[in-house]
Design a protein around this ligand. Structure first.
Ligand code: PHE
Length: 350
């Protein structure tokens, strides 16, 4: 009996089969259990004689089952390890790749162009106070320019409109001059300030949030000629064309005097409007790209600098608008929809 049971156990090829054998031998109605039960009805002499071989049978069968069980489990584990082997040399699936947004790319491009001209990047808060966004820029409380800015205000507990979302990057002009004065540093100042600005306005060419880049130069003997050369050099580098023609129109900003609006000429090439060339040529025209001017002496004074000693120019332009012109996009809102098809179409996503 013992040899037969052990041979069956060693031949069991699955854990289920082994369990079947265990129940058949050691279960409630198993053969070995049955033999053990007969011990109770034996005389002491008979039990002394037949007991040990039955106990031995039980122990041998139990040990054989445990050994076979361990072997089968090890085999199952080996099989699983073999089937789940990872080939580290296979190329990995990286999934869809993101990329830098069109607006961020253009801002980086602008920062590089101006870095070559000796400008560093300055920043300021998007939540501004009235002084930096308006008053110091020669836009007093009653000035009509305040109404024109469609400002988002944060009224305080008394309903006072002290804090606001900056409506332009010009407050960074003020912050930069103030920090020069506060730290006892003298001009020259040459900075650009790219960043988000906010106005309560929305259509195909206006979004409530958009991006501007501000430029400020403060030094001795700065003239409109320096401004024109700087803008021309920047626009040629940005549009990657030598034949950029600028048209300077007299304009008005409270913080510059005189103020100049700058247009670039476009010409018709294969029926397409392309930036470059004389805007007065047949089929051509002019696109407004910049607001600028000589920094108003009242602004220089408000920042604590002596306007008889220091002069400068400033300019401000819409980054999104520049991107639209360079890449031939027509809806500003699409910049902020996050539509992958649009980003892919303009090569801004994989
Ligand atoms: N801040 C002006 C605007 O948002 C642009 C500007 C900047 C004009 C600097 C002149 C000088 O329209």
């Amino acid at each position: 009996l013992k040899a037969g049971l052990i041979a069956d156990i060693e031949a069991a090829d699955t854990l289920d089969a082994l369990e079947g054998l265990r129940v058949g031998a050691l279960g409630k109605n198993g053969v070995v259990t049955g033999l053990l039960k007969t011990l109770g009805g034996m005389s002491p002499e008979e039990r002394l004689e037949k007991g040990p071989p039955i106990q031995d049978l039980r122990e041998s069968v139990t040990a054989a089952i445990a050994e076979r069980k361990a072997a089968l489990e090890q085999a199952a584990l080996d099989a699983r390890l073999a089937s789940e082997k990872v080939d580290m040399t296979l190329p990995a699936d990286l999934g869809p790749q993101g990329s830098v947004h069109a607006v961020s790319q253009v801002m980086d491009e602008l920062a590089e162009i101006f870095a070559d001209l000796g400008f560093s990047v300055a920043t300021g808060p998007e939540i501004e106070d009235d002084w930096h966004n308006f008053t110091a820029l020669n836009i007093p409380e009653t000035h009509p320019a305040r109404a024109m800015h469609d400002t988002f205000y944060f009224p305080d507990e008394e309903g006072q409109k002290k804090m606001l979302l900056r409506t332009h990057t010009s407050p960074v002009q003020i912050r930069t001059m103030e920090s020069f004065v506060a730290s006892g540093q003298e001009p020259p100042i040459r900075i650009i300030a790219p960043g988000r600005v906010y106005r309560s306005d929305s259509d195909a060419t206006h979004t409530p949030m958009f991006h501007q880049i501000e430029g400020l130069v403060i030094d001795k003997g700065i003239t409109l000629g320096h401004l024109k050369w700087t803008l021309e050099t920047f626009l040629k580098a940005f549009f990657e064309r030598e034949d950029i023609v600028l048209r300077l129109r007299p304009s008005y900003f409270p913080f510059t005097e005189p103020s100049v609006e700058v247009d670039v000429g476009y010409t018709l090439t294969n029926g397409q409007r392309v930036i470059g060339g004389d805007g007065d040529a047949p089929g051509g025209g002019w696109l407004e790209v910049l607001g600028s001017g000589m920094v108003n002496r009242r602004v220089i004074e408000a920042c604590g600098l002596d306007p008889d000693e220091w002069q400068g120019f400033a300019f401000g332009t819409g980054v999104d608008r520049l991107a639209m012109l360079k890449y031939g996009m027509n809806d500003l809102r699409a910049f902020f929809d996050g539509d992958l098809r649009w980003l892919k179409h303009y090569g801004f996503s994989a």
